[in-house]
Design a protein around this ligand. Structure first.
Ligand code: ADP
Length: 437
């Protein structure tokens, strides 16, 4: 029988007794009143006992009671017990998580909504010089490196920032912020001193080797030219050998020059001037046309007269590389178009050709050093595989980026996008009418 039915049955039993006794005596209403008072008094006592028990935490053994109240006590006691078990499990899990993150070699700091420290692991305390007592302190007050502050404020945490450790400047840290939950962030830092050292060694090695190769190459080239001058053309084998040697030394010279340029781009401080891009492009196109044989293949459209803050030599070498590629990888009589224009967010140089195009798989890879796509060509096209790596580096140093659109067999469009804030005085916009040169 249900607990409610039992309760109701008891009340009805009392009511029935009162009706019987009341029909023989005059006591029906007083007895009825007494029954009501008794029921209310019982409920009040039970409620106050229940409240006292809940106030004590409700998890200890509940007082002995009967009927619906026993059921109520039992259910609440069970819920409380389950909750206690869950809490215990959760705190065990948190303890284990903290112990494991404490043992992590990488620094981890949990930041609150206002960049205050919620928790930090042992590695974080070591590399950032934090104390356990720094809990609640705002992180920008403790890590004051400008690069870090800029990164923290940027709210763009797709990338990371490299900073020296505030405790020991010889330690280089790669810091990354990972947002999670509602406004919470996890700050992770990895010691990359070793990687930086290796990178430095690689750069030094390439720079030294390229530099050391320069002199022997110049000597070789010099002797080769003398020998070619002395060649009377009697021996075809000798003449061909000289031509081969000349081709190969030139190739090596290009390689060494490109490697040295890349090293310079990686190591040298940036110089900035206001560069007259339309003039620079006109000059590059003229040089390109001069090198090309009889047909005029280059068409330059200067839709905008914007000058750019940057380093002229670097920009010249990037644009020359792109134009050189467009000419190299397209048929001898096809047109290569250069377009300098401004859109809502950037100033763009687009170089379009109707050449061999690039496969979808190759597009992301062609800016890697020494990567050359393997296309079957009618004639061999010389190259070092460093041209686009140079372009990428130069653009990076100008806060710009390279976009490549290409269709195999149809042609390619390489566009350099410079941010508008790079435009420098002298000009501020669009030419009165588009000029095609
Ligand atoms: P290189 O031209 O010296 O081989 P780059 O770094 O300039 O080196 O170019 C890398 C590769 O990208 C080239 O080998 C070529 O396959 C491809 N490439 C570059 N520009 C073009 C282009 N305009 N059309 C087709 N393929 C291109």
């Amino acid at each position: 029988m249900g607990i409610w039915a039992k309760e109701i049955k008891t009340i009805f039993l009392f009511l029935f007794t009162i009706v019987i006794v009341g029909s023989f005596t005059e006591l029906f209403w007083p007895l009825m009143f007494l029954l009501l008072v008794a029921i209310i008094a019982r409920q009040v006592v039970q409620i106050s006992r229940f409240e006292a028990w809940i106030n004590r935490g409700g998890s200890k053994k509940y007082p002995i009671s009967t009927g619906i109240w026993e059921d109520l006590y039992y259910h609440v006691y069970r819920i409380k017990k389950n909750e206690k078990r869950r809490k215990k499990k959760l705190s065990l899990m948190i303890d284990q998580f903290r112990q494991s993150t404490e043992a992590l070699p990488d620094a981890a700091v949990v930041l609150g909504i206002n960049n205050e420290i919620d928790w930090s692991n042992k590695a974080a305390r070591k590399v950032f010089g934090l104390q356990v007592s720094d809990k609640g302190q705002r992180i920008p007050n403790l890590i004051r490196h400008p690069g870090f502050i800029r990164y923290l404020k940027s709210n763009d945490y797709q990338t990371s920032v490299t900073i020296p450790s505030p405790v020991d400047h010889s330690i280089i840290l790669e810091v990354r912020i990972v947002p999670y939950g509602a406004g919470l962030r996890l700050l992770l830092a990895q010691d990359i001193t070793h990687l930086k050292k290796m990178e430095r060694t690689r750069k030094d090695f390439v720079a030294n080797v390229s530099h050391e190769l320069r002199t022997p190459l110049t000597v070789l080239k010099g002797y080769l030219e003398t020998l070619q001058d002395l060649d009377d053309g009697q021996s075809l084998l000798l003449t061909n050998s000289f031509l081969q040697m000349q081709g190969q030394t030139e190739r090596m010279q290009h390689l060494v020059d490109d490697l040295l340029l890349l090293t310079r781009l990686e190591t040298q401080k940036k110089k900035v001037d206001c560069v007259d891009i339309p003039a620079l492009l006109s000059q590059i196109c003229k040089e390109g046309d001069d090198i090309e044989s009889d047909t005029r293949r280059i068409e330059l459209t200067l839709e905008c007269s914007a000058h750019i803050m940057g380093e002229e030599q670097e920009l010249r070498s990037a644009f020359t590389n792109l134009l050189g590629n467009a000419l190299k990888y397209s048929p001898e009589n096809s047109l290569v178009k250069l377009h300098w224009y401004q859109d809502a967010n950037s100033v763009v140089l687009a170089i379009t050709d109707k050449g061999e195009g690039i496969t979808k798989a190759d597009i992301p890879r062609i800016t890697e050093r020494f990567y050359r796509s393997e296309v079957k060509r009618a004639k061999k096209v010389n190259g070092t595989g460093l041209g686009l790596a140079i372009v990428k580096h130069v653009l990076m140093r100008h806060d710009a980026y390279l976009k490549i659109k290409s269709e195999l067999g149809q042609g390619s469009c390489f566009s350099c996008h410079f941010p508008i804030n790079r435009i420098c005085e002298e000009t501020n916009g669009v030419l009165p009418k588009a000029g095609v040169q």
